[in-house]
Design a protein around this ligand. Structure first.
Ligand code: SF4
Length: 425
């Protein structure tokens, strides 16, 4: 094994998993529009949904109301839901009005919701029809952000997979390149691009900043997942012949090193060059983490299933910040994509998949953790009970990837504990 790869246990399948299929408390996939619309700058997201969907988007958007937003909700009225009006005619009318008002739109995502799924509104048919009437200037893509049996990060997965639908594989003679997959804040993406350039690795990022600046994807593509919740997108890339590079996720110094090392190995970068490029940033991150570790080491953390970032975060909290893992919950356990992460968890960890929220709350209260990572719906009641919480949704809204943001990520966990300590004085 080259010396830039972190040592790990080799049998991740050995970790037992508690599977629960009860009531769960999560946001729906529409939430992903909040970060996707900032990333894909020529796209518009039109949710075909209810007033509840519109409220969710408005409250999640919060601070962005001053800009002209690139998302909206076409509200299904009672007549649509009862089948009295033709919802497809309504969609056509709304889209025509929208495009007349916003001529800069190049890609329009038709986003399904719970109500559109319940009435079986076929948005892929609507996208096809609208492509004929408004294409090629505007492209139409559909995906579902419904909250039926999904969790909020799956909205991004469904969106990215929808962009790959209809893409043909690049010929095997196309030049070899790296594809980084998963939405990253622009400064994080720019930082990674500089690192890959220094390593001499040709790189593209997906999603691109303009929806149809899609790189060629085929047998010459090696891809690295930047987010752990992209099961459907990964399968779409596999179908195009791309090859996934197994790696931990780039959270913390250790995860970032392992992630970059997977690319370096695949592209034949020498160990010396790797150290030259990666070493200084890694050491800076380790030094910054050492200070934060003092306040977190030995603290006991309980992670509820919410963002699907839980397993990589647990690895980071345990190995780099010395926290004790009580329970690590995840909505879905994608063992293949998480193999490198699972191999780095302590063998004593309690892993749970899915949720039965009342039972999990009982386990949490009994364990008396120092910190709970959970969704907004659980945070307030737990705080009232004197349990310190961290909202997991903040982890997807904050730049936390890479060496440069390792300390920012750690601070997200130390801040609630500091706040609670100050309140006690
Ligand atoms: S998609 Fe479903 S869960 Fe999400 S806001 Fe709309 S109705 Fe609620």
């Amino acid at each position: 094994m080259p010396d830039h790869v972190a040592p790990a246990r080799t049998i991740p399948d050995a970790l037992p998993v508690l599977r629960e299929r009860g009531q769960h408390e999560v946001f729906c996939g529409l939430t992903g529009i909040m970060w996707l619309h900032r990333k894909i700058q020529d796209a518009f997201f039109l949710v075909i949904g209810s007033r509840t969907c519109a409220h969710l988007l408005q409250s999640a958007a919060g601070v962005m109301i001053f800009a002209e937003p690139r998302f909206a909700t076409a509200i299904l009225e009672e007549g649509d839901l009862a089948g009295l009006a033709d919802a497809h005619d309504e969609i056509d009318r709304v889209v025509t009005r929208l495009l007349a008002r916003r001529p800069e739109i190049r890609t329009l995502f038709l986003v399904g919701s719970c109500p559109s799924e319940v009435i079986k509104l076929d948005l892929s048919r609507a996208a096809e029809r609208l492509s004929k009437s408004h294409g090629p200037a505007v492209r139409f893509v559909s995906y579902s952000g419904s909250g039926l049996e999904t969790t909020f990060t799956q909205g991004e997965d469904a969106c990215l997979a929808s962009l790959l639908r209809g893409v043909s594989p690049a010929p095997s003679t196309a030049p070899t390149s790296l594809l980084v997959v998963g939405t990253l804040a622009d400064p994080v993406e720019d930082g990674f691009r500089r690192t890959f350039d220094a390593l001499g690795i040709p790189v593209h990022f997906f999603p691109p900043r303009r929806a149809w600046d899609l790189p060629e994807v085929g047998p010459g593509t090696a891809y690295l997942l930047a987010q752990p919740y992209l099961a459907e997108t990964g399968s779409a890339l596999d179908r195009l012949g791309a090859r996934r590079l197994p790696a931990p996720f780039p959270f913390g110094a250790e995860g970032t090193r392992g992630w970059l090392a997977a690319a370096a190995q695949a592209f034949g970068v020498s160990a010396a060059r790797f150290e030259e490029v990666v070493g200084p940033a890694e050491r800076r991150a380790q030094a910054a983490l050492a200070k934060i570790r003092e306040g977190l080491a030995g603290k006991r953390v309980f992670l509820f299933p919410d963002s699907q970032l839980e397993i990589p975060l647990a690895r980071f909290l345990h190995r780099e910040l010395g926290m004790e893992l009580l329970e690590v919950g995840t909505p879905y356990l994608q063992r293949e994509h998480l193999a490198a992460e699972l191999a780095m968890l302590p063998s004593s960890v309690v892993l749970s998949e899915g949720q039965d929220v009342e039972r999990q709350l009982d386990r949490c209260r009994a364990a008396r953790p120092d910190l709970v990572v959970c969704g907004l719906g659980l945070a307030n009641p737990l705080e009232v009970e004197g349990i310190t919480t961290k909202w997991s949704i903040e982890l997807v809204f904050t730049p936390v990837h890479g060496f440069e943001h390792a300390a920012d990520l750690a601070n997200l966990f130390s801040r609630p504990l500091l706040r609670r300590a100050r309140l006690k004085v």
